[in-house]
Ligand binder design. Structure first.
Ligand code: SF4
Ligand code: SF4
Length: 202
């Protein structure tokens, strides 16, 4: 995603935004098929955590509300469960469009890059070290990467949720689960990084 939307897009309503999404966002060309039935939003298990459900977000794109769309948290809360994709009567690739909008938000500076980068680093650290993502360690590393005080504050804020998860046996207390061949995984990841670096150079 390298093409920026038209310059008049600084306005609250940018009438060129919908066309820009149709042409530049993955799956965006199917957006015109949306009939605003709301099945996607009604099927979304995480909809209550989104600023705007997918149906509303698509309406906002059509209305040219570029700033509100790209700054929304909808794309970041989508878990890609594909409920909406399976159920949409017009075969709109909802989840793909949200993913594309997320990439556009990062490229155009709307996403909270710092948060995204810190979380991504914590996630990859766990994946590389254990071959698994340990939600406790990823969360702790992410929280404390913003500083000791910020980490403690976040930890306290969410302690109730953590205790609830332990009680419901959704979070274990023992040592981290590890895959057997961690060295093998690390060698694969190192090779992938080497190939990626070579491709970027060439
Ligand atoms: S389910 Fe499909 S047609 Fe209905 S609002 Fe969602 S994207 Fe649009
Ligand atoms: S793929 Fe995303 S938007 Fe669609 S139902 Fe799942 S969480 Fe909701």
């Amino acid at each position: 995603m390298s093409v920026a939307p038209p310059e008049e897009s600084k306005r609250k309503y940018d009438l060129g935004f919908a066309s820009w999404v149709y042409e530049n966002v993955e799956g965006g060309d199917k957006l015109a098929m949306c009939m605003q039935c709301g099945v996607c939003s009604g099927s979304c298990p995480i909809g209550t955590e989104m600023d705007h459900g997918p149906r509303k977000l698509f309406m906002m794109i059509r209305a040219g509300m570029k700033e509100a769309v790209l700054a929304s948290n909808t794309m970041w809360n989508c878990t890609a469960c594909f409920n909406c994709v399976v159920r949409c009567p017009r075969e709109v690739p909802v989840a793909y469009i949200l993913k594309g909008l997320g990439s556009a938000a990062v490229d155009l500076g709307y996403a909270k890059k710092e948060d995204t980068v810190r979380f991504s680093k914590a996630f990859w650290w766990s994946a590389r070290t254990y071959g698994r993502t340990d939600e406790r360690l990823v969360t702790a590393k992410y929280y404390f990467s913003g500083g000791l005080v910020a980490g403690m504050k976040k930890g306290l804020e969410n302690s109730k949720i953590a205790l609830g998860m332990i009680k419901a046996k959704r979070m274990h207390l023992g040592a981290s689960h590890k895959i057997k061949d961690r060295k093998g995984l690390q060698a694969i990841l190192a090779k992938a990084a080497e190939i990626e670096a070579r491709e970027k150079e060439g």
